[in-house]
Design a protein around this ligand. Structure first.
Ligand SMILES: Nc1nc2c(c(=O)[nH]1)N[C@H]1C(S)=C(S)[C@@H](COP(=O)(O)OP(=O)(O)OC[C@H]3O[C@@H](n4cnc5c(=O)[nH]c(N)nc54)[C@H](O)[C@@H]3O)O[C@H]1N2
Ligand SMILES: Nc1nc2c(c(=O)[nH]1)N[C@H]1C(S)=C(S)[C@@H](COP(=O)(O)OP(=O)(O)OC[C@H]3O[C@@H](n4cnc5c(=O)[nH]c(N)nc54)[C@H](O)[C@@H]3O)O[C@H]1N2
Ligand code: SF4
Ligand SMILES: [Mo]
Length: 708
């Protein structure tokens, strides 16, 4: 196929749109001259981001112009890739998916939806229809390697997975932050662009920021930092709650009218004295006591915990107890506490009270629980490579949407091998990377600056109620397609039913939303509309069957014995934790030269005492192995990590045969998830425990003495 003439270029001028790379959704200003972006800066008039930008935002035009980005469907013919026409490619994919389904059953097709699915409203609003048409139980997503415990806690306590309480960082006097590093990640389940400034502002107004993290991170510069042993946060939270009850500092205030379970919470925390959890957590008992008092006595306070708390063995307990701590001290649904945003396009618009979308089926091989129609991604590889017995259905085909699970889900090497053995795989993705290289067909959508986008998800997580529609800057050429056109095209072929476009769904949602907006209202406000700070809305918005807030739900209480059992268990020599880096974004931003400049960043941080014991210095190679894999990686000796804890960024491990990522291949690094163990889960929710993986660390080339 010949490549059509070069696309029409945007007119010279200034364009405004939000960055879609991370949850901060910064409004940006782009200057275009002669068809290229000559300047990118923060949009000072955006009511939410107020001019913030990070290095990734500046790199958006590089992504747009990346020569490795795919624009036409590709079919794999042995080891070579052949371009296809869209209709032929969609026909081929639909036929293959139908063939596998007809031969082996609907569950033989698995689908994984990756992180950018929620950063592109076209994908978000259309992929669901296609996935539904597949009618498979084998649905997976990045959720179960990320924030599933937040959803579970929200469901049990507030009645809906998406009723996620957001810290009111702009008005709080005390932010207790655990397992989050917004100075690098720019904030998560807390859309608050410019978190460095927001953290500074808390302190400038006389407030406090306390950070609990096994690493003294970039955010620690803006906080009072305490180390914690990975995976012990639930015990710490129980001890904080214990002290608050013990010293009579519990003050739920108006929440008492609709909160149930405070006595059960007191009972649950009764055994967790600061003295009991001190050795395990690594925090001194008097530090824990003082923290509890200060938090409870602050005029406002909010406890917030993110990926370090949800991707560990007790993610569900952690997210429950964070919410419970906020409720117990009256810092819930209240200015300066944890609050619920009011998005203009409310995904809960049609939610009904008392729905419990979980546990309706389990995974075939390990019997892991379903949540909201999905199974844990830690089960993906075994569902592919374990032969079916007793009538079960083995996965034979795979649909990868905006994801790179070979690098982003635990046991990546096994998944890599399992993908190679499938009958059919299709990827809807603009890159030929470590996962999509296994596809038989790649359907690459238009992305980024080419796409009209409304942040349907992140306004649900935002610390201020705003709305912004983002018009494309670059027109696409006649040979390109949007995600939604791909999904509607496939759905139509599978069901015979004509699809609709996401723009009409968005219009409907906005019209019936709390501010009754039209798309034209948003078009007329290129910097976004401002509806002010979060406002109290409980008990009205609760969706529990009885309309009450459950501060000690039975299913979470039932998980406590599992935590208790670990309190006195032996501690491994080393545990592995992750590390996000400002100039990186999961696995897929390593192909932009601007972001990859400087020394390679895929290093293993370890404490000087550990380094001395092993006999390594910075830059020397270490061999790290876990139950499932082994990697060799340069050491970075630093007292910013606790002794016994090693830290490695995820998303690396590039340069594999067949991937077409020229820049990334020059900075391959190793994949964290070759070490992460699919058997390590938060057993309550099924979320992967990629944090806190027991590993052995030694100089590369030496022989392991420890048995494993
Ligand atoms: N060890 C460890 N593992 C982790 C994590 C961790 O902290 N540690 N973090 C976890 C978390 S929080 C997440 S969210 C996941 C991320 O895991 P994934 O979502 O599986 O991986 P990404 O690296 O985000 O890959 C995104 C893919 O989407 C493609 N893409 C980009 N934009 C678009 C678009 O508009 N449309 C389509 N169709 N495709 C697009 C990119 O080319 C890339 O291939 O990783 C998880 N895995
Ligand atoms: N630059 C950049 N920004 C990103 C991303 C990225 O890859 N790069 N990814 C985006 C995505 S998909 C997400 S989900 C968000 C995540 O946003 P964050 O949750 O803020 O992500 P991290 O920076 O990984 O911070 C997690 C912290 O938890 C700590 N930690 C690990 N284990 C434990 C533990 O057991 N207890 C405690 N208390 N802490 C622990 C780690 O040391 C780390 O500092 O970031 C988003 N933003
Ligand atoms: S903070 Fe996030 S949204 Fe803002 S510019 Fe950086 S990557 Fe984009
Ligand atoms: Mo994520």
């Amino acid at each position: 196929m010949t490549v059509p003439p070069s696309p029409t270029l945007p007119a010279d001028g200034v364009y405004y749109r939000a960055c879609n790379l991370c949850e901060a959704i910064c409004g940006l200003q782009f200057t275009v001259q002669d068809g290229v972006v000559t300047d990118v800066r923060g949009d000072a008039q955006d009511p939410l981001s107020q001019g913030h930008i990070c290095p990734k935002g500046t790199a958006l035009p590089d992504l747009h112009a990346d020569p490795d980005r795919l624009k036409r469907p590709l079919r794999r013919d042995g080891q070579t890739w052949v371009e296809m026409e869209w209709d032929a490619a969609l026909d081929l994919v639909a036929n293959e998916l139908r063939r596998v389904r007809d031969t082996h059953g609907a569950d033989a097709v698995a689908v994984y939806q990756g992180n950018p699915s929620v950063h592109n409203s076209g994908t978000l609003l259309s992929a669901g229809g296609f996935v539904k048409a597949l009618d498979t139980r084998n649905r997976y997503s990045a959720t179960s390697v990320d924030q599933l415990p937040h959803h579970r806690a929200a469901l049990e306590m507030l009645g809906h997975p998406l009723l996620l309480p957001i810290p009111d960082v702009d008005r709080t006097q005390f932010l207790l932050m655990m397992g989050a590093n917004p100075a690098a990640s720019n904030g998560s389940i807390m859309t608050a662009p410019g978190m460095r400034r927001r953290l500074k502002d808390i302190r400038a107004r006389g407030g406090r920021v306390v950070l609990i993290d096994p690493r003294r991170t970039e955010s620690a510069e803006l906080a009072e930092h305490h180390f914690i042993r990975p995976g012990t946060d639930a015990a710490l939270l129980l001890a904080l709650i214990h002290v608050i009850f013990e010293e009579g500092l519990d003050r739920p205030g108006r929440l008492s009218d609709f909160v149930d379970g405070l006595d059960d919470l007191r009972g649950a925390a009764a055994g967790f004295t600061p003295e009991r959890v001190s050795a395990r957590t690594g925090l001194a008992a008097d530090v824990i006591r003082q923290l509890a008092r200060d938090f409870a006595r602050s005029e406002s306070a909010v406890a917030y915990g993110r990926i370090g708390l949800s991707t560990q063995a007790f993610g569900g307990l952690c997210q429950w107890l964070l919410n419970a701590l906020n409720v117990l001290t009256g810092n819930f649904d209240r200015q300066g506490g944890a609050m619920l945003p009011r998005p203009a396009f409310d995904l809960l618009m049609r939610a009904r009270r008392g729905e419990r979308p979980l546990g309706r089926f389990t995974s075939r091989v390990r019997g892991l629980p379903e949540f909201d129609g999905e199974l844990p991604s830690a089960a993906l590889a075994e569902e592919m490579d374990t032969p079916a017995t007793d009538g079960g259905v083995q996965v034979r085909a795979f649909v990868s949407i905006a994801g790179n699970p070979v690098l982003s889900t635990p046991g990546g090497e096994r998944l890599d091998a399992a993908l190679a053995g499938l009958e059919f795989m299709v990827a809807v993705d603009p890159y030929l990377n470590e996962t999509t290289r296994h596809a038989h067909v790649i359907l690459p959508p238009a992305v980024g600056l080419e796409v009209e986008h409304y942040d349907a998800i992140f306004h649900h997580f935002a610390v201020r109620n705003t709305a912004r529609l983002n018009a494309p800057i670059f027109p696409i050429d006649e040979g390109q397609r949007f995600d939604w056109q791909i999904f509607e095209g496939l759905r139509e072929r599978l069901t015979g039913k004509k699809g609709s476009d996401p723009a009409s769904r968005l219009a409907l949602g906005l019209k019936h939303g709390p501010y009754a907006l039209s798309v034209d209202d948003l078009r007329a406000a290129p910097h976004g509309l401002d509806f002010g700070p979060m406002t109290p809305c409980l008990p009205e918005r609760l969706l529990t069957p009885d309309g009450r807030l459950h501060v000690a739900p039975a299913e979470l209480l039932a998980d406590l014995p599992r935590l208790e059992a670990t309190l006195d268990a032996p501690v491994p020599d080393f545990v592995l934790i992750g590390r996000r880096q400002l100039r990186s974004n999961n696995s897929w931003m390593h192909n932009t030269p601007r972001l990859m400049r400087g020394a390679d960043r895929c290093t293993l941080m370890l404490h000087p005492d550990d380094a001395a014991r092993i006999g390594v210095t910075t830059g020397e190679q270490l061999s790290v192995h876990s139950r499932v894999g082994r990697v060799t990686v340069p050491a970075e000796v630093t007292d910013a990590v606790m002794p016994g804890v090693v830290s490695l960024p995820h998303g690396f491990g590039h340069g594999r045969n067949g991937a077409r990522l020229e820049v990334a291949a020059q900075h391959p690094g190793v994949s964290y998830n070759d070490l992460a163990d699919p058997l390590l889960l938060d057993e309550l929710t099924g979320n992967a425990a990629v944090s806190g993986v027991p590993v052995t660390v030694q100089r590369a080339g030496t022989v392991a003495l420890s048995a494993d």
